[in-house]
Design a protein around this ligand. Structure first.
Ligand code: SF4
Ligand code: SF4
Length: 144
């Protein structure tokens, strides 16, 4: 495990809103791990190499999904993520990325596009920390 993630001392409320796909339409990268590649490829009935060739880009910055010209994720369909059961760690972990949970200000800034932030029950830090830590460990150069 890398550096422990800093979790701000405030109440985290979050409940993903049915029908919303706003986070999948935000500009930015979907970084993926080799485990993501294997899992998604298997689910799609592809070889990992074939999946990577068709759907990913890799350079010195890392491995990520290729972004189509529309800016939305290639797996986003009108009714949601077409690979939802096996979606990448980065997507499963949202909004609990290290860069989002360190301060109240960063957390609140998510309201700009995520209507789930500030909704629902207060979530225990014990639920948030492992998710943020998994991201930090998987992507030490991103999402921090
Ligand atoms: S933007 Fe927020 S509420 Fe909408 S799908 Fe993403 S996590 Fe859920
Ligand atoms: S993989 Fe799925 S959850 Fe992740 S950004 Fe693309 S459509 Fe959204």
């Amino acid at each position: 495990m890398g550096e422990p993630v800093e979790i701000g001392r405030f109440a985290f409320r979050f409940q993903c809103q049915p029908g919303c796909t706003e986070c999948c339409k935000q500009p930015g990268e979907v970084w993926i791990t080799p485990e993501d590649v294997s899992r998604i490829a298997a689910w799609l009935g592809m070889e990992p190499e074939g999946f990577q060739r068709q759907f990913c880009v890799e350079d010195e910055e890392g491995l990520r999904l290729a972004i189509p010209s529309s800016d939305s994720c290639v797996f986003l369909e009108p009714n949601g993520c077409s690979i939802h059961p096996v979606k990448p760690l980065q997507c499963r972990a949202f909004p609990f990325w290290p860069e989002n949970v360190g301060s109240r200000h960063a957390w609140r800034a998510l309201r700009r596009f995520c209507p789930g932030v500030g909704e629902g029950e207060i979530l225990p830090v014990e639920q948030i920390r492992p998710v943020a830590q998994e991201c930090a460990d998987a992507f030490p150069d991103h999402l921090n």
